[in-house]
Design a protein. Structure first.
Lengths: 597, 591
């Protein structure tokens, strides 16, 4: 890297790539060679910067200039103006929504200011397809340290002391998990990386694998050494083609460098990694289901015990960790347990990556220390609610999590606090809702997902979630009754209490938490048959706003059932008893006088 | 093994570590309701997917309820099986299961014999909240020659899968689709007819609901009996008499041979015969075949196929036709007793009573569902007229008897008709695992050595172990015998044969656990494998009571050869009593 005086980092994450960031990169290179600068300025395709809302991103180093929403045709001006003349391209800079000023240095962007990037440390920094760039950022040094200077027991103790907990959802201490797998003696053991990311709107793991695949490979080798395994598998969904491609490149490069394979770094330690593809079933994120799927069996969970640490893949002791958990490991080894455990809260150490989505200004991927409040995440990093609307709720933990509200905004985020408030950490999906969202519909949306994704093995999840969904559908259609609320709660609680795996044990959470926090909204759906957010069309009525109506009679003429009355040039009136809600009046009205409410 | 002490509903109990809460509760006579769980102890088959969640119990300091069938006890554990939390959960889950189950109990094959129905009664289920708008998961009906799959009634207990995959290694059934649409089906959702299914019926035998049932032919039997132009002959398999009584409330293992004969006569069958007669005939043919192969082997013939495999069990025949088509010359060519009976009935016997075969209807009562398929095989028909017209199961016979207002308990005993009702003790033990080979040994020994057996009981061939082997001294010649029941066990012996490693001269295989007494058409054992033991005992008891205990001493068999067949393996015998096998894969997939 040293021979270059300037680097143009182009985001090569799936989001930006789908908006032609690879063409941007090509055109930048072409412009540079036109200017004869290809020897001094380097274009690098990196992993995700996280700021997907404003992608594609091009970052100029060393001066940290952060260009947003770049188009291929902007390549010319970036090279001509910024690279050649040293003048920033103002129109491509990020505009602070509050001050409306251009932000030149990304460090000063609200989006990045409160972030602490450990798992994402290399995403948006290095070219994930070049192992040397990872090595230059201390890559594989942790593996070397572990092999040369630590016994497996020492490494496990270090992990335990660091307080790192599983980032896949359940938050089980990673060091403890390794310890179990280590203590179960067997002729063969396995390390499995769970990359079956399935929450709607979540892409933490994908971004890490696309942006920094070696960090996961290195961590897997470290786990292998700790538990006594010589083979690792990454279970990744086939819908992640870019991540798969980069992993394949990374694995090959690591093998070439002797960082995977036999006799790693001359230590005698042998470890290799292969990929296993999943078909994208949400339940395969559950570790026993994942293992069955790897074995070619039906992807459904089985009872624990036995835990994978005793009997996992092919009946052998297996350690399963999530991508983000693993990405933390090399840094912890190098910087120490004390450093890591100094970040975060009492029970939850380090950072957590969240995928921000929904009605929020800065949709994207963020990493914050545990203990950061929801308010900081949503209003500072996330830039607040879209279109100046009012915040209503935030769903954490994906379809297994719950809805949190205004009153929870100042709660520091950690595993225990989220659970105490009726939600959960989950893998890190965070979907923000505003005043226009109907909470009954939101619960229905999540249930629709879990009904689709239930494996069908146990009765409460297979049938119970379907019945929950039916109840919610009826409420949204105006067919609900007040007694349904009692049934909804009882069903939800029994499903949680009796389901076999984490999916069913948490699938009613969106319903139960919205019932807790938005009881009035449920009541108005079943008693008044009203949806105050205007989402449930069956509960809405067409209505003519007197002030806007000029009495042109267009609506009355369009109405197929003749339910609109009124004199010419006088405000008209819709009879709700005979209206069939076809919407013809609204379509015809040129004066926005017909509304739904 | 270390003991674990725990409390269940306030009572202390001490059980070995590794015991489930469910079993520990049993020791205290606390009967936790179960639905999907099944424990066939003697067969080492335990189905515990933890799927129905009906057996959930409360464990102190545990976040959620625990499935007691599959949660092991721990020291100091405090369990509640009857807290209101448990009762509410159990009831709610039961309501959910019923909400997705058809309510056509009146015409369901399992009505009165249905675990789900029993549970609904036990839990006092009266209404299903929201049933009027609850969507039901539906699936197409699949009717095969033997088994009907009505998956609308499937509760995903997975017992059938356990039997089909773990015990039988057939692999015809597995869960497909997911969530609300999940069902158990053959690969690619083909029908059973286009799957590796052997029609052994073990799935039917363990299905707790009406999702898997036999094809019912009682209506056809009634029609035949009601048709004055038909002469109706019935044959009853050995295992039927050892189990039929259970359908009439008798203790398992009660022999009802004589009462069954009376019932059949009162039902109006013109001739009540015994499949045992044909079992003796089978021994004559198969035994001679064995001795022939043995002779060639001893003379140094390298091409002779040994071991010889028995071929009485149609499930087993289907299994090797599908899985071992390369070995189709290894089994005996002898037809099963059912088919030998049919072939003789529609020739020798039809001639005797001067009835055209088209006017003679042969019904078989079998403990088996594969027999329904077997009698429909093309090779067992003459000009489209099958040797055996209909095969009905023990359960179907019980229904027929009950329809005729007959109570087996109150019937006098009667004798089978002649000539095809006479049989030896060797024939009756066909019903239990090891019986066919023991019967063959009795005859082959005497034919080979020319000596009379002092002791006809070969106890070393009996038992419930899945694979057994014994060496019988044929007057200085050691004959190695292998026995397997359950197709998974058979597969192990067959793999050795295929690899050329088998040490046996003869192998007996029965597809079902315990042999025919545990057949797919027998009264349901509801997971109680001690019932199979009791039936086995009844079979050997009947053998002991017989005067003639060797097939080749059955006078009617000798007469049959004398008058009609000539000698075993004669041309006529080949035509009527032997068969050939197919590569079933080619047949199923039309390749």
């Amino acid at each position: 890297m040293s021979k270059y005086s300037m680097h143009l980092l182009v985001c090569g994450g799936t989001g930006c790539k789908s908006q032609e960031s690879d063409i941007i990169s090509e055109r930048l290179k072409k412009e540079l060679s036109k200017q004869g600068l290809e020897e001094t300025v380097q274009v690098i395709m990196t992993g995700c910067f996280g700021f997907c809302e404003k992608g594609p991103i091009v970052k100029v180093m060393p001066d940290n200039t952060f260009y947003t929403q770049v188009k291929p045709e902007d390549a010319e001006v970036i090279v001509e103006e910024h690279v050649v003349k040293g003048r920033r391209v103002e129109r491509l800079l990020y505009t602070d929504p509050e001050t409306e000023a251009h932000v030149e240095d990304s460090k000063h962007m609200g989006f990045y200011r409160k972030q602490l990037r450990i798992a994402l440390r290399n995403c948006g920094v290095i070219d994930p397809e070049i192992i040397d760039e990872y090595i230059a950022r201390d890559g594989y040094q942790a593996l070397g340290e572990v092999l040369a200077n630590q016994s497996p027991e020492e490494t496990i103790e270090l992990m335990k002391a660091s307080g790192l907990r599983g980032r896949g959802g359940a938050g089980f201490p990673a060091g403890l998990k390794w310890d179990f797998a280590r203590k179960n003696e067997a002729d063969q053991k396995y390390v499995v990386c769970n990359a079956d990311e399935g929450d709607p709107g979540a892409f933490m793991d994908r971004s890490i694998l696309e942006g920094d695949p070696h960090s996961v490979l290195e961590a897997m080798a470290i786990v292998g050494r700790c538990i006594g395994a010589d083979m690792g598998y990454i279970y990744i969904r086939a819908e992640y083609p870019l991540a798969i491609e980069r992993l394949k490149i990374a694995i090959n490069q690591a093998r070439e460098y002797g960082l995977l394979g036999k006799d790693i770094l001359g230590s005698g330690f042998k470890f290799d990694i292969d990929l296993k593809y999943g078909a994208g079933a949400f339940v395969c994120g559950e570790e026993t289901a994942l293992i069955h799927s790897m074995e070619g069996e039906r992807g459904e969970p089985s009872l624990k015990p036995p835990f994978p640490a005793e009997s996992g893949y092919m009946g052998k002791p297996t350690n399963v960790n999530n991508v983000e958990t693993l990405a933390n490991v090399p840094v912890i080894i190098l910087k120490g347990a004390d450093w890591f455990s100094s970040i975060g809260t009492e029970s939850s150490k380090g950072t957590k990556v969240f995928a921000l989505a929904g009605k929020i200004n800065n949709v994207g991927l963020i990493e914050v220390p545990m203990g950061t409040t929801l308010r900081e995440v949503i209003f500072e990093i996330g830039g607040g609610i879209k279109d100046g609307k009012k915040f209503k709720a935030v769903q954490t933990g994906g379809p297994s999590g719950g809805c949190l509200t205004e009153k929870h905004l100042d709660t520091p985020i950690d595993y225990e606090n989220l659970v105490a408030n009726g939600s959960m950490m989950g893998s890190g999906g965070m979907i923000v809702m505003d005043e226009d969202d109907c909470m009954v519909s939101i619960a229905k949306f999540y249930l629709d997902f879990t009904v689709e994704e239930s494996c069908g093995k146990c009765a409460p999840c297979r049938i119970g979630n379907k019945r929950l969904l039916e109840l919610l559908e009826r409420m949204c259609e105006g067919k609900g009754e007040e007694s349904d609320l009692v049934r909804l709660r009882n069903l939800g609680e029994v499903i949680k209490d009796t389901s076999l795996c984490g999916l069913g044990q948490s699938s009613p959470n969106p319903v139960l938490s919205t019932m807790d926090n938005f009881h009035e909204e449920y009541l108005s759906h079943v008693v008044d048959k009203k949806c105050s957010s205007g989402v449930c069309t069956d509960l809405l009525e067409y209505f003519i706003v007197e002030e806007n109506c000029i009495g042109c009679t267009a609506c009355a003429r369009a109405c197929p059932v003749g339910c609109i009355s009124g004199e010419r040039k006088e405000p008209h009136l819709i009879n709700p008893d005979t209206c069939i809600k076809c919407g013809a009046c609204m379509e015809k009205c040129k004066f926005d006088a017909v509304i739904l409410k | 093994m270390s003991l674990v002490k725990l409390t269940i509903d306030g009572h202390s109990v001490e059980v070995p570590a590794g015991t489930s809460i469910y079993k520990a509760a049993k020791q205290l006579d606390i009967d936790i309701p179960i639905l999907c769980y099944m424990d066939l102890k003697d067969l080492n088959i335990e189905n515990k997917p933890g799927g129905c969640r009906i057996c959930s119990v409360e464990v102190e300091d545990r976040r959620n309820l625990a499935p007691s069938c599959s949660t092991d006890v721990a020291d100091g554990m405090v369990v509640r099986t009857n807290s209101m939390r448990v009762i509410n959960a159990r009831r709610t889950v039961m309501e959910l299961i019923i909400s997705d189950h058809p309510k056509d109990c009146l015409s369901c094959a399992k009505s009165g014999n249905c675990d789900l129905q029993d549970m609904a009664i036990k839990l006092g289920i009266r209404e299903i909240p929201g049933q009027e708008y609850a969507e039901m998961s539906t699936y197409r009906l699949d009717t095969s020659p033997s088994i009907i799959r009505d998956l609308d009634k499937c509760i995903m207990c997975r017992r059938c899968e356990t039997m089909c995959n773990d015990f039988q290694t057939v692999g015809a059934l597995n869960a497909v689709n997911r969530g609300f649409e999940a069902v158990v089906a053959p690969a690619f959702e083909m029908n059973l007819e286009h799957s590796p299914c052997t029609y052994c019926g073990q799935c039917v035998a363990v299905c707790p609901t009406g999702a898997l049932t036999e094809v019912d032919h009682t209506g056809k039997v009634i029609a035949a009996l009601n048709d004055p132009s038909k002469t109706v002959v019935v044959q009853t398999a050995p295992a039927v008499r050892a189990a039929l009584g259970e359908e009439f409330g008798m203790e398992p293992g009660t022999r009802v041979t004589g009462q069954m004969v009376t019932a059949l006569k009162q039902l109006g069958f013109d001739y009540v015969f015994d499949t045992d007669f044909a079992a003796d005939l089978t021994i004559m043919e198969e035994g001679t075949e064995l001795l022939g192969r043995l002779k060639r082997h001893l003379e140094g013939d390298k091409d002779v196929q040994l071991p010889i495999l028995t071929s009485c069990c149609p499930g087993w025949v289907n299994f090797f036709e599908y899985n071992y088509p390369d070995l189709k010359d290894v089994p005996s060519t002898a037809r099963s007793p059912q088919q030998m009976f049919g072939a003789i009935a529609k020739t020798y016997f039809a001639d005797k009573i001067e009835v055209d075969r088209k006017d003679l209807v042969v019904i078989s009562i079998m403990p088996c569902l594969a027999k329904k398929y077997e009698c429909q095989r093309d090779e067992f028909a003459v000009d489209g007229n099958p040797d055996v017209d209909y095969s009905i199961s023990t359960r179907e016979l019980a229904h027929l008897i009950k329809q005729a207002n007959l109570d087996l308990n109150k019937l006098e005993e009667d004798e089978f008709d002649a000539p095809m009702g006479e049989s030896s003790g060797a024939a009756v033990i066909f019903g239990a695992t090891g019986g066919v080979i023991e019967a063959a040994t009795r005859t082959a020994y005497e034919l080979q050595t020319g000596k009379t057996l002092e002791k006809v009981d070969f106890k070393q061939l009996r038992g419930m172990d899945g694979i057994r082997s014994a060496t019988v001294d044929f007057d200085g010649l050691d004959i190695n015998i292998g026995i397997a029941h359950g197709l998974g066990n058979a597969r192990k012996l067959l793999d050795d044969v295929r690899a050329g490693k088998s040490q046996y001269h003869a192998i007996e295989v029965m597809a079902c656990p315990g042999g025919c007494i545990g057949g797919g058409g027998q009264p349901l054992h509801h997971g109680d494998s001690s019932i199979l033991q009791a039936r086995t005992k009844a079979i050997y008891k009947e053998d002991e009571m017989k005067v003639i205990r060797k097939s080749h001493e059955n006078p009617y068999i000798l007469k049959l050869y004398d008058e009609f067949l000539g000698e075993p393996l004669s041309e006529k015998a080949h035509e009527l009593l032997h068969t050939h096998y197919f590569d079933k894969r080619k047949k199923i997939f039309q390749v």
